[in-house]
Each structure stands twice: as C-alpha cells, then as structure tokens.
Design a protein around this ligand. Structure first.
Ligand code: GAR
Length: 200
C-alpha cells in the first residue's frame, strides 16, 4: 500500500516541486503526496500543488491560531489526520511546531535543511540565513541534510547528506541555488522514499 505523504511548506516550494517530479518519475514509488499545507497564504508552493492537482490548506500561526504554537501544531495535526497522512515532509517549512504533531508523527516527519548538520543549523537558522552564515564563516564545502524531526530543532536522526562546493564570488543567493540544485532536490525525494519503505 502506498504511504500517504503530507507536505508542509512556507514559500517558493521548489522542494515540493522536486517531490512532485520524483513521484512522477518513480524515484518516490512507495508513497503518494495527498496534501500540501502552508503557513503562508502567499507561498508560491500552493500554486505548484494546485497545478499538480494536490489539495491544499493554509494554516497560519498568527492569523488562524492567535500566535499560539500549540494550537498551530494541533490544527496542522488535525489536517494531517483528516487527510490520513502517514508521513510528513517539511519542504521549506520555516515555522516551528511542537506537541501534538511531534507525538502523533514521531519518526515519521522528515525535514530538509540547507547545510551539513551539525554546521549552521538550529533555531533561527533557515533559508538564506544559513548560506549567509556559511559564507561568513568561510567554509569551502557546504551542502544539505535530510533528517528526521524531533523536539530539538534540526536535531533528529540524519537520513541523507550531500556536500556542495562553495565557489569564489558566491553570494548567499547563488550558493542557495547551487545547494538546492546539487543537493536538496536530490536527497529529499530519496529520503522520503526511504522513510516510506521503512515506516510501518
Ligand atoms: C530550502 O533551501 C530549504 O532547505 C530551506 O528553505 C528553503 C525553502 O525553499 N529550509 C530551511 O532552512 C529549514 N531550516 P523552497 O520553498 O523552494 O523549497
């Protein structure tokens, strides 16, 4: 039986697109994306989901949950259960959640982070900030990590990592694009397939 995959996004959704494409071309063969949930109404990833015929829901921490993180987590959890989701993918989901969702989906949530964990990760390290920090430190190699999600931000078990070279003259934007193309869009679908195959 195909595992039912729910994807959480916040923005452009290029990682979501990589998952949609991976399902089409058979890299993800043990699961099927059944819904996409965004914490922002403006996320372009919502359009990508609609174009692929995937149901979407917007759940915002402030506008829909009065800024309450537990309520936010509960609402997302409810939606995932309503859609009978087995596995959750954080594909550029830039909000923190806790409680219900972590308990209900323990060891069944995978995140993609744009660095080689344990470098440049943890609370406040997301999106372009990660690449700014990597360039600021002067590392010559960075990359991406697909990992399980637990109560420690970016602290869950690592599933896959891929290294990417930093090049002379890189800006955070240029580096972000290279890390996405050479690492994130490749390892996230593979990690999702791994999780679909091994979760009960
Ligand atoms: C991606 O680079 C992803 O790794 C990062 O946000 C970007 C979202 O892009 N996630 C984090 O930093 C999580 N800590 P996308 O919306 O185009 O997939």
């Amino acid at each position: 039986m195909l595992k039912r995959i729910g994807v959480l996004i916040s923005g452009g959704g290029t990682n979501l697109q990589a998952l949609i494409d991976a399902e089409k071309n058979g890299i993800i063969k043990s699961g099927k994306i059944v819904c996409v949930c965004s914490n922002s109404a403006k996320a372009y990833g919502l359009t990508r989901a609609e174009n692929a015929g995937i149901p979407t829901r917007i759940i915002r921490k402030n506008a829909d949950c009065g800024g309450d993180i537990d309520e936010f987590s509960r609402k997302i959890c409810e939606y995932m259960k309503e859609m009978q989701v087995d596995i959750i993918v954080l594909a550029g989901f830039l909000a923190i959640f806790g409680g219900d969702l972590l308990r209900e989906y323990a060891d069944r949530i995978v995140n993609i982070h744009p660095s080689l964990i344990p470098s440049f990760c943890g609370e406040g390290m997301y999106g372009l900030k990660v690449h700014e920090a990597a360039l600021g430190y002067g590392v010559k190699v960075t990359g991406a990590t697909a990992h399980l999600v637990n109560e420690v931000v970016d602290g869950g078990r690592i599933l896959l990592q891929k290294a990417v070279c930093v090049e002379e003259g890189d800006t955070p934007e240029i580096l972000q694009k290279r890390v996405m193309e050479q690492a994130e869009w490749i390892i996230l679908p593979k990690a999702v397939e791994m999780l679909c195959q091994c979760s009960e």
